[in-house]
Design a protein around this ligand. Structure first.
Ligand code: ZN
Length: 398
């Protein structure tokens, strides 16, 4: 097995031309520049002897002519708006270079991981979790173009959607930038991902009494805004006593109604989420959250109602695959790697539902991602590629 890291980096840089924006890329799903990148990638897959096509949802599959057992590897090619050159592209090019190194690897590019039209439509389509009716319903979140129309303009209308052949694969591998700064701050080159966090999203609605901010005494008023602030402070004090090491929580939206300077808020709505990779931690925090809301209702004059909006399941990376990647990391970068959860969602979380899956992270400079300054040192990219290939070799042998 020979990994040509120079050619790997050259392919990454070649892909950077499509939708180039400052030092990053602007490659929204199914835009002309995105489709150009997809066609270029299909060409590269064919050059390496893979049988490649784009399917009816924009997914690309490059099939290896080698006898099995096979691995499946890949990521996504579109970007967020005015974003980085490596997010997604790295995992696609790395998968191509696993095949190029002579391993029996099929290469997958999943459409719209970045969610311009929906939520993981490519990997969900490939794993049988996307209905035609949802495709009918979806539209672009920035400019409202229906997904059907975008597919037609991209020349993909009427093509069949590829479905995963479960029996063909031993495992799925995705290499990705970390998009955080854990690896960088510890001076590490590689992260072996233990799992992809689940997001538990809640809505807390607080009912107060809308009234005049000048004439209503403090004793009389029922201020939903102050109740919201005190409840969030209580949650923020309680969560650290019950969370895990890498749990994160966010009140991403606090809306007061009517939201005017001289009106006591008659209502408050909080969108609150927390993330962890361990289902037991997620459940434990639900108990804490419910207790905080009950305590708030005991103390306050404005009742709060807690409502679950979405409770996803963490995707656990396969332990044997983790061990293979960890062994490869230790042999190529001794003491310069760690195991870590992924705080962001990835296509691997859907692939993990149909086959053992694993992910490998490389550092992000200053932890920046979803921005055009996103970058990773070339030696870290090359090291990650070599670790991934050695890990893949071990997985195929094991
Ligand atoms: Zn990504």
């Amino acid at each position: 097995m020979v990994v040509d890291t120079d050619r790997f980096l050259a392919d990454l840089h070649a892909l950077r031309r499509f939708g180039a924006f400052k030092t990053g890329v602007h490659r929204p799903t199914f835009s002309p520049q995105d489709m150009e990148a997809r066609r270029w990638f299909v060409g590269r897959l064919r050059e390496e002897g893979l049988e490649a096509e784009i399917d009816g949802i924009g997914n690309i599959l490059g099939r290896s002519p080698k006898p099995g057992p096979h691995l499946l590897a890949g990521s996504h090619l579109e970007s967020q708006n005015e974003a980085g050159w490596l997010d997604g592209a790295l995992g696609c090019v790395a998968a191509l270079h696993l095949a190029r190194a002579g391993l029996p690897v099929d290469v997958a590019v999943f459409a719209d991981e970045e969610g311009h039209y929906g939520s993981f439509i490519g990997s969900r389509s490939f794993t049988g979790l996307l209905e035609e009716a949802e495709i009918d319903r979806l539209a672009n979140r920035y400019h409202d173009k229906p997904l059907r129309e975008a597919l037609r303009e991209a020349g993909l209308e009427g093509r069949p959607r590829l479905q995963v052949e479960r029996d063909r694969y031993k495992a799925f591998l995705e290499m990705h930038i970390e998009q955080g700064r854990q690896l960088e701050t510890q001076g590490l080159g590689v992260g072996v991902v233990t799992g992809i966090v689940a997001i538990w999203q809640w809505r807390i609605t607080i009912a107060g009494q809308q009234n005049h901010a000048g004439t209503t005494t403090m004793a009389e008023r029922r201020d939903a805004g102050l109740t919201a602030v005190r409840l969030l402070a209580m949650i923020d004090e309680e969560f650290p006593r019950h969370c895990a090491e890498r749990t994160v929580w966010t009140a991403g939206r606090i809306a007061l109604s009517p939201g005017a300077p001289s009106i006591i808020p008659g209502g408050a709505e909080i969108l609150f989420q927390y993330r962890d990779v361990d289902i037991d931690v997620l459940r434990r925090l639900e108990v804490v959250l419910r207790r905080c809301v009950a305590e708030s209702n005991r103390r306050e004059r404005c009742p709060a109602v807690l409502e679950a909006m979405s409770l996803s399941t963490p995707a656990v990376c396969d332990p044997a695959l983790q061990d293979a990647l960890a062994g490869a990391a230790e042999s190529l970068a001794p003491k310069r790697w760690q195991r870590m959860p992924s705080g962001a969602g990835h296509d691997a979380q859907y692939l993990a539902r149909v086959m053992p899956a694993a992910m490998l992270f490389v550092p992000s400079i200053n932890g920046i991602s979803h921005h055009w300054t996103e970058d990773t040192a070339e030696e870290d990219l090359a090291l990650g590629m070599r670790v991934l290939a050695e890990g893949a070799r071990r997985i195929l042998q094991g």
